[in-house]
Design a protein around this ligand. Structure first.
Ligand SMILES: NC(=O)C1=CN([C@@H]2O[C@H](COP(=O)(O)OP(=O)(O)OC[C@H]3O[C@@H](n4cnc5c(N)ncnc54)[C@H](O)[C@@H]3O)[C@@H](O)[C@H]2O)C=CC1
Ligand SMILES: O=C(O)C(=O)Cc1ccc(O)cc1
Length: 369
C-alpha cells in the first residue's frame, strides 16, 4: 500500500501512542524521527522499531505528531510550530478545547496546527505497550483550529487513513463533550467501582465473573495520565458525573424503600419500578453503542462450549466452527475456577445459533445452556 503521508514524520512523545504511530508508519517504510525527554522511552521506542532518534542533521519534518501528556501538549505544539516553520503539526491528546485555547492565547500559528484524537488506546502506557495496528478501524477525530489551512487538515486526515483509522471531523468543544460521555466518565466509573473491591475479602473476590471484569477493565489505567486528562476536561466530565449522581441517588432511594419493606408487596409504590427503569435505561443506552464494524450494533447469539484444558483443544473447536460454515463474530474465554476446563463463548449471527449447536453437539462438544 502506498501512503499519502510523506516523511520525515517527527514524533514527539514516544509513549504508547507516539510509538504506535511510529511503528505503523515504519511498517510502510515512512521515515520517522523520534523525540522524548525521557531517554529511556526514546531508546525503547527505537528498539521496538518505531523510528530513529532525532539528530542535528535531520531533514526538516513535513509532519510533526505530538503524543505527550495533555497538560504539556500546547507548549510542545507551540515549540514544534516555531522550530519547523514549514511543517504541519498535530497532537493526539485526549482533550482538544484546552490545548486549542492555550495555543490561541499564546499566539501560535494556527494555520499549520490541526488537533486530532485517535479513539484507540490501551490500559497500559509507554513504548513497550505500543502496537502498529492500534488504530485499525477506530475513529480518529480531526478537530481543526478554525484557522487551519486545508492542506494541513488534509495531511492529518491522510495520517489517520494511512494508519487504518476512520477520520471524523468535529470541533474541539463538541469533541470534549463527546469524550466526557463515552470515555472519561466510563474511566471514572470503572475506577470507582473497582476501588470498592479494595476491602473485599478473598472469598468474595473468588466469586467474580466476566461481568465484573467487563465493568472494571479500564480501572487498570495509568493514574498520572488520567489525572491530566480529567483535569483538562474537568467541566465536561463534571457535568456528566452530576447527572450520574442524580441517577445514583434515585436508585439509592428506591433501594432504601425496598430494604425497609418486609417483601415486594409492601415496598412503597413506585420503588421497584424505579429499579426496573434504571436497568431498562441501561439496556437502551448500551443498544446505542455502535458494533464492532462501526455500524449499528448487532445482537449476536452466543454458543457456550466447554473446552478441555489440553493443548490444541481450542484450535480444534475454532476449526470445527469454520467447518460448520459459521462465521465467528466474537470470542470470549473464561476459566472455570479449580476445574480443568475452560468455557468458550462463541458469538455468531442469531440465525446461525441452532445450526452451530447441532454441528458441535454432533462432533462431541459439550455445550453449556
Ligand atoms: N493511552 C491511551 O489510551 C490514549 C492516549 N491518548 C493521548 O495520547 C497522549 C500520550 O498518551 P500515552 O502515549 O498513552 O502516554 P505515555 O505515558 O505512554 O507516553 C507519554 C510520553 O510523553 C513523554 N513526555 C512527557 N513530557 C513530555 C514533553 N514535555 N515533551 C515531549 N514528550 C513528553 C513521556 O516521556 C512519555 O514517553 C496523551 O495526550 C493522551 O491523552 C490518546 C488516545 C488514547
Ligand atoms: O480501551 C478503551 O476502550 C479506550 O477507550 C481507550 C482510550 C483511552 C483514552 C483515549 O483518549 C481514547 C481511547
Amino acid at each position: 500500500m502506498t501512503l499519502a503521508t510523506r516523511g520525515p514524520v517527527r514524533i514527539v512523545g514516544t509513549g504508547l501512542l507516539g510509538t504506535s504511530v511510529g511503528l505503523a508508519l515504519r511498517t510502510h517504510g515512512v521515515d520517522v524521527v523520534l523525540h522524548d525527554p525521557s531517554r529511556t522511552a526514546l531508546a525503547l521506542a527505537r528498539d521496538v522499531g518505531a523510528g530513529r532518534p532525532a539528530g542535528p542533521d535531520d531533514t526538516a519534518p513535513a509532519l510533526v505528531v505530538v503524543a505527550a501528556p495533555p497538560d504539556v501538549t500546547a507548549d510542545v505544539v507551540r515549540a514544534e510550530l516555531a522550530a519547523y516553520p514549514d511543517a504541519v503539526v498535530t497532537d493526539v491528546a485526549s482533550v482538544k478545547g484546552y490545548v486549542l485555547a492555550e495555543l490561541r492565547a499564546a499566539g501560535a500559528d494556527l494555520t499549520r496546527y490541526v488537533g486530532s484524537h485517535p479513539m484507540a488506546g490501551r490500559e497500559r502506557s509507554g513504548p513497550s505497550a505500543a502496537v502498529p495496528d492500534l488504530f485499525l478501524g477506530r475513529p480518529w477525530v480531526i478537530a481543526d483550529s478554525g484557522s487551519s489551512h486545508p492542506d494541513a487538515v488534509l495531511a492529518v486526515r491522510s495520517l489517520a487513513v494511512d494508519l487504518g483509522a476512520v477520520p471524523v471531523t468535529m470541533d474541539a468543544d463538541a469533541h470534549d463533550a463527546a469524550v466526557a460521555a463515552v470515555s472519561h466518565v466510563p474511566q471514572v466509573a470503572a475506577s470507582l467501582v473497582a476501588a470498592r473491591l479494595r476491602g473485599a475479602d478473598d472469598a468474595a473476590l473468588g466469586l467474580a465473573g466476566q461481568g465484573l471484569r467487563d465493568v472494571t477493565r479500564l480501572a487498570a489505567s495509568d493514574p498520572a495520565l488520567w489525572t491530566s486528562i480529567l483535569a483538562a476536561n474537568a467541566a465536561a466530565v463534571r457535568d456528566v458525573l452530576r447527572d450520574l449522581r442524580t441517577d445514583l441517588d434515585t436508585v439509592i432511594d428506591a433501594l432504601g424503600q425496598a430494604a425497609a419493606a418486609d417483601g415486594p408487596e409492601t415496598v412503597e409504590l413506585g420503588a421497584l419500578a424505579t429499579l426496573a427503569q434504571a436497568i431498562a435505561d441501561g439496556n437502551a443506552g448500551v443498544a446505542r453503542i455502535p458494533g464492532k464494524h462501526g455500524g449499528a450494533q448487532r445482537t449476536y447469539g452466543v454458543v457456550t462450549v466447554l473446552v478441555p484444558d489440553a493443548p490444541g483443544e481450542l484450535a480444534r473447536l475454532l476449526t470445527e466452527v469454520g467447518e460448520a460454515g459459521v462465521n465467528l463474530e466474537d470470542l470470549h474465554l473464561e476459566h472455570a475456577a479449580g476445574r480443568p476446563v475452560g468455557m468458550a463463548e462463541i458469538s455468531v449471527l442469531p440465525g446461525r445459533v441452532e445450526h452451530l449447536e447441532a454441528e458441535l453437539t454432533a462432533r462431541g462438544w459439550r455445550l453449556v445452556s
